[in-house]
Unconditional design. Structure first.
Length: 235
């Protein structure tokens, strides 16, 4: 039986929802964040605010929420010519993938998270990757996660479980999951404090939170919130 988890936590909507679910399931939960030179580096500040607010607003989870870890992955930004790590416009590439795809990002994140989990004696790696509402990123696919779980478990001789709570649900269902886990208190926390916008915009406030409202991340979050808000639970 699994009792401990490490959540890959960016400070965005998805990872915050995953953190809430982990806190509702496991006795000890730690978090890890990564600085890879992302343009939307404001998320690195947002994640600390979200952790603070979760501790303050959910005392039943506070005792389970353990240490937060932060890793500098500047090398990933150095080898990535993408619109998330360079000041370039968002567009589709000839490969059929958007230029927001950072090659190897989730593979590297999971490898380092597993190394950290090994040292911290944490059994489950929780990540917010999704194959339903996604941009075609190959490192978000369920097959990739299963392969990583096997490789990491073999390579470290420790049986890791990679948990992907959002893999088969869309953004509207992600909002609904947050409400099921923490009620409107958690929904409002996500709206007010999490960050998703690729441009790092914290000046424009929308019903779904802060952001430019035009980048791919904002558009996805907007559509999901609109669909969630149209349901009885979201009204």
């Amino acid at each position: 039986m699994h009792t401990t988890a490490l959540v890959l936590f960016s400070g965005g909507q998805d990872s915050t929802t995953c953190l809430a679910q982990a806190l509702s399931k496991y006795e000890r939960v730690e978090t890890v964040g990564f600085d890879y030179g992302q343009r939307h580096s404001v998320e690195l500040q947002a994640r600390l605010v979200v952790l603070r607010e979760i501790r303050a607003q959910f005392p039943q989870w506070a005792s389970r929420l353990g240490e937060d870890h932060f890793l500098d992955l500047a090398v990933l930004g150095q080898v990535s010519e993408t619109s998330l790590t360079r000041d370039t416009a968002f567009k589709m590439e000839s490969s059929g993938l958007p230029n927001t795809f950072v090659p190897g990002r989730n593979l590297l994140f999971l490898t380092l998270a597993a190394a950290l989990a090994y040292r911290r004696d944490l059994q489950v790696l929780v990540t917010g990757v999704c194959e339903t509402d996604f941009s075609g990123y190959p490192d978000c696919r369920d097959d990739t996660m299963k392969a990583m779980q096997l490789a990491l478990s073999l390579g470290m001789d420790k049986r890791f479980l990679i948990e992907t709570p959002l893999m088969w649900i869309d953004k509207a269902a992600t909002w609904a999951l947050a409400e099921a886990l923490g009620g409107q208190t958690l929904v409002q926390l996500i709206i007010e404090h999490t960050h998703t916008c690729y441009l790092g915009d914290r000046t424009h406030r929308h019903a779904w939170g802060y952001g430019c409202g035009q980048c791919p991340a904002c558009e996805l979050r907007l559509r999901g919130f609109a669909a969630y808000a149209a349901t009885p639970a979201g009204r």
